[in-house]
Design a binder for this molecule. Structure first.
Ligand code: ADP
Length: 488
């Protein structure tokens, strides 16, 4: 058992770790994407700021060339320095985010622009003012272009990152969906199936079917020890069931003893009387007369030994042997065992079984035990005498018959007594093991439960109908031979 729990635990932990790992992988990817989006947003803001400052520079540059005010040039230089400071403050970040190319182009252009504007402000090259103005315009234009392109590119990158985040989300949904289906399927096959098999086997045991479970498939091999333990339990239950059947047999023999003793008494008395007469009158008897008396002794002895043989035959413990069985013969043999019991209790016996009733496939001894239980119960239910009626016929499968193919045919045997009947509150329990309403020593409460399991083993069904005060009918349904599906 330790091995099973270890293996199952390992599988459960493995599956759990796999799920946790998948969640972690998605979480890391998602975290990275969000971090990247954050960085890019900051960079986009920076590019926007730079673009804005550069436009200011260009505004002052234009003012200077239009109105030739030195103040405009000074403002433009302040903004150039601001742009320089802003970009170098974020230089590390810009480089880390692989914007190196754009950045170096931007820096070069800014430096060239600054150099020219400083030269103009210094008033050193007033003669070349027109040329410098042209270069400054070009460089200013380029600065606007680069900073604008930079902001646009950042925006594009952010869009792409959002798209990636969306794909990652759909991918994770898909992966978890597939994982969920695979896990559900796996759990259903690996865990639920063996449990369902066991549940079905237990339901069968309750109906007397002790068929062992087939070994589990390789993927459920951790259940192997459990299956084996379960099958051992089924085997032990079956052995106990056999013992129960046997002990019920012995109990039935005990119940028969009074009748049997009476039946044995007659032939023994006859033997003793005939032997005494033979001894006393031996000299006066003709050889023929003596011969007839000896013959009488032999016939009576044979009768006595037949009674003992019948009893021994019934009580002997044997494994069931399935063969073609005539229900008429089984019931006649069983009636022989209780005949004296019937006459002692003043019970009228009636039997209506057609001679051509189809054979069934079953174990003669077990079936005899079922009918003996029914007959003894009937006799005990009629303490002041009454009638015991046994009828049999062939029927097609009806609504209360066992679940089977609609074409199946059955032999139906009714055992009806005119006894005290069964209290409705006891009716659902009569087939329960150890349920008895009889005094201690008279009833064991096993007769009907053993009969039930024997009939189930034959693929049949046993039912009871009773009205208190009016009598009881036990109905046994057994499948006809060629259609039977005996479990044994
Ligand atoms: P037992 O005969 O040892 O009590 P059974 O399992 O054969 O055990 O029967 C269980 C109970 O069913 C009996 O105690 C009795 O109350 C009831 N019962 C069975 N057969 C009859 C019957 N023919 N008439 C009335 N009651 C019956």
């Amino acid at each position: 058992m330790q091995r099973i729990s270890f293996k199952i635990r390992r599988k459960i932990i493995g599956t759990f770790l796999f799920c946790v790992l998948s969640v972690l992988v998605f979480a890391v990817f998602s975290f990275r994407i969000h971090q990247e989006i954050g960085n890019r947003l900051r960079l986009m803001e920076l590019a926007d700021d730079l673009f804005h400052d550069i436009q200011e520079i260009r505004r002052y540059e234009k003012n200077f060339f239009l109105f030739k005010e030195a103040a405009s040039l000074a403002e433009a230089i302040i903004y150039v320095k601001r742009v320089e400071e802003l970009s170098s403050a974020h230089e590390q970040e810009i480089l880390r985010l692989q914007m190196g190319l754009k950045y170096s182009e931007f820096k070069e252009t800014l430096n060239a622009y600054k150099e020219i504007i400083v030269k103009i402000a210094a008033g050193k090259e007033a003669s070349r003012l027109l040329v410098l103005e042209e270069s400054l315009r070009n460089l200013g234009h380029k600065l606007v272009e680069v900073s604008e392109g930079w902001a646009k590119e950042e925006r594009r990158k952010i869009d792409r990152l959002f798209q990636q985040a969306m794909y990652l989300f759909f991918l994770s949904v898909l992966v978890f969906f597939v994982l969920g289906i695979v896990l559900a399927f796996y759990i259903a096959r690996w865990l639920v199936r063996p449990l369902v098999q066991m549940q079905e086997a237990m339901a069968k045991i309750a109906h007397g079917d002790f068929t062992p479970l087939p070994e589990p498939e390789s993927r459920a091999e951790e259940f192997l020890p459990l299956y084996r333990a379960f099958n051992r339990m089924i085997q032990e239950l079956e052995d106990h069931q056999e013992q129960l059947v046997q002990s019920r047999k012995i109990a039935a023999v005990g119940t028969l003893t009074a009748g049997v003793a009476h039946e044995l008494n007659n032939p023994i008395n006859n033997i003793v009387l005939t032997a005494e007469t033979l001894q006393e009158d031996y000299a006066q008897l003709s050889p023929d007369e003596a011969q007839a008396m000896i013959q009488d002794i032999l016939v009576q002895s044979e009768r006595a030994s037949e009674i003992v043989r019948d009893l021994l035959d019934f009580s002997r413990s044997e494994h069931p042997e399935f063969e073609s069985v005539s229900i008429l013969a089984v019931i006649q043999d069983t009636l022989k065992l209780v005949r004296n019991q019937l006459s002692l209790s003043g019970t009228q016996e009636e039997m209506d079984i057609p001679a051509d009733l189809p054979l069934i496939y079953g174990d003669r001894k077990s079936l005899q035990q079922v009918f003996l239980n029914l007959f003894i119960n009937a006799i005990q239910a009629m303490p002041g005498g009454g009638s015991l009626r046994i009828t049999a016929s062939t029927v097609e499968h009806g609504p209360s018959s066992p679940n089977s193919s609609p074409t199946r045919h059955w032999v139906k045997i009714d055992v009806t007594d005119s006894g005290v009947g069964i209290d409705p509150k006891h009716l659902p329990h009569v087939f329960d093991p150890f349920f008895t309403t009889k005094d201690v020593g008279r009833g064991t409460g096993l007769g009907l439960s053993v009969s039930y399991s024997i009939i189930r083993k034959h693929g049949g069904l046993i039912e009871v109908h009773s009205r208190p005060g009016a009598g009881t009918t036990f109905t046994v349904l057994l499948p006809i031979e060629d259609e039977s599906e005996s479990i044994d």
